[in-house]
Design a protein around this ligand. Sequence first.
Ligand code: ADP
Ligand code: ADP
Ligand code: ZN
Length: 218
Amino acid sequence: MYAIILGAPGAGKGTQADILSQEMNLPHIASGDLFRQALEARTEVGLLAKSHMDKGELVPDEVAIKIILERINQPDCASDCLLDGFPRTLHQAEVLDQALEERGKSIDRAIYIEVPNEVLVKRLSGRLLCRTCQAAYHIVNSPPKIPGRCDKCGGELYRRSDDKEETVKERLNVFFAQTLPMLDYYKKQGKLIKVNGNQEIQKVTEEILSALRAPISS
Ligand code: ADP
Ligand code: ADP
Ligand code: ZN
């Protein structure tokens, strides 16, 4: 199955994609992680992406499309994958469909995790990420067992520089202006699943899993 996880910054895309990818045995491909890896490797794409990420803007479509298509052309994504953070514009969604169609595949489900704005801001202001495995923690909601260390791999936890207040505001504006309108594209195709992301992590997972099992009605 090819599924995408959509939601504003802080909605819990990474957290849910991590759990679902293990439960359903799908590779978890996160566009933001690909950019951050490219930056660590000091590639041209990484440096270009950083200049946009620091301002809270989207990275240009061509750059995001290229990095994702290269990744989903790898053998582990030949028949399944869970995309987190891509597509984020209508153009990205259309290009992704074309690319999948060329290999006789298509997106099966688009999962939209809905969370009120004030909750998003609180989540991002307390988010911690593992430098090694990218697992997400929260200072208050889901703290690591040992401060500063990842429960899963022992890696170092850090705060993303774009999780600071001014950049968060801009990222939320960008989400509402450029990404939210894209939901209609999947709704029209009868692929959209909306879940309440403002509940415990495990409850959100259960809601997603039961929606994935049910046939789409709207
Ligand atoms: P996204 O990938 O959508 O930006 P994350 O998965 O990184 O979001 O989650 C953002 C922050 O919110 C993290 O600190 C994470 O631990 C926390 N979080 C995720 N889901 C929930 C939830 N259901 N309830 C409370 N906190 C959550
Ligand atoms: P979050 O969902 O928590 O905002 P991500 O890690 O998904 O964070 O994205 C971080 C940044 O990476 C975005 O603010 C944007 O600059 C860039 N980015 C990630 N995915 C895309 C994409 N599909 N198109 C354009 N830019 C992207
Ligand atoms: Zn880790």
